[in-house]
Design a binder for this molecule. Structure first.
Ligand SMILES: C[S@@+](CC[C@H](N)C(=O)[O-])C[C@H]1O[C@@H](n2cnc3c(N)ncnc32)[C@H](O)[C@@H]1O
Length: 212
């Protein structure tokens, strides 16, 4: 049973935490460049997840202008390192500017320019406390195997946009991106190696802890 107030509650959770100035600037720059940054609610959830696993090593696909990266850095310990991958150098320049403006030393951020499917296979196995996929569902589905390989046992995989514009819950929607999001959710839910949940924050956040 969904009450009529559900949308109001969802908006309330989205705005439950305020964004700092550097993150708000990065968001504005992203929107100017046609990038869709993670929502404030999603950013806050990523920060909490990074903090909950004591993340010292986080990998992210989809740097954008740095909104999700800033939230992740805020959740990591003071010696935590964020590795962030994006195919677009122009948005990564903006992200670097945002990380500098927020006062993070360059030693805490590794920005890798390239296509994730080329970069991730070269990244170390079982070495990351958290991996975040913030790309479209077909890319996420393709990259999930590598993301899981990179995670240590007890590490967290977070996949954004998992409800894909609210299409995933509608069985009549059969476009490729929606099907990919739906299938990835089911595969992670049914995996014995993962403890998975699908959170309705933002456009859906699919989260799993690697158990084996
Ligand atoms: C939704 S935006 C990321 C927004 C960012 N996480 C934020 O919150 O500011 C997705 C980004 O992923 C990048 N991208 C898409 N597919 C990619 C791929 N296969 N490998 C690397 N980067 C990719 C795009 O260039 C884009 O900047």
């Amino acid at each position: 049973m969904v009450s009529a107030d559900k949308t109001l509650s969802w908006s309330y959770t989205q705005d439950f935490l305020a964004e700092d100035e550097a993150t708000a600037q990065a968001r504005m720059r992203g929107l100017e460049l046609g990038i869709i940054p993670v929502s404030t609610g999603t950013g806050a959830a990523l920060r909490m997840l990074a903090g909950s696993v004591g993340a010292k090593s986080v990998a992210e696909v989809g740097t954008g202008t740095g909104v999700s990266g800033l939230w992740l850095l805020a959740g990591m310990g003071p010696d935590g390192v964020l590795t962030t991958i994006d195919v677009e150098p122009e948005v990564q320049r903006e992200a670097r500017h945002a990380f500098d403006a927020a006062g993070y030393p360059t030693s805490r951020i590794r920005i890798i320019q390239g296509r994730a499917s080329d970069v991730m296979p070269r990244m170390a196995a079982r070495s990351y406390d958290m991996v975040v996929l913030d790309v479209d569902p077909q890319e996420s589905a393709y990259l999930a195997g590598d993301a899981l390989r990179m995670l240590r046992i007890g590490g967290v995989l977070a996949v954004t946009r998992a409800l894909w514009n609210d299409h995933v819950a509608d069985p009549a929607r059969r476009d490729a991106a929606t099907v990919a999001a739906r299938e990835l959710g089911k595969a992670m839910r049914d995996s014995d190696a993962l403890l998975t949940t699908l959170l309705p924050v933002g456009d859906g956040l699919l989260v799993a802890v690697r158990q084996a």
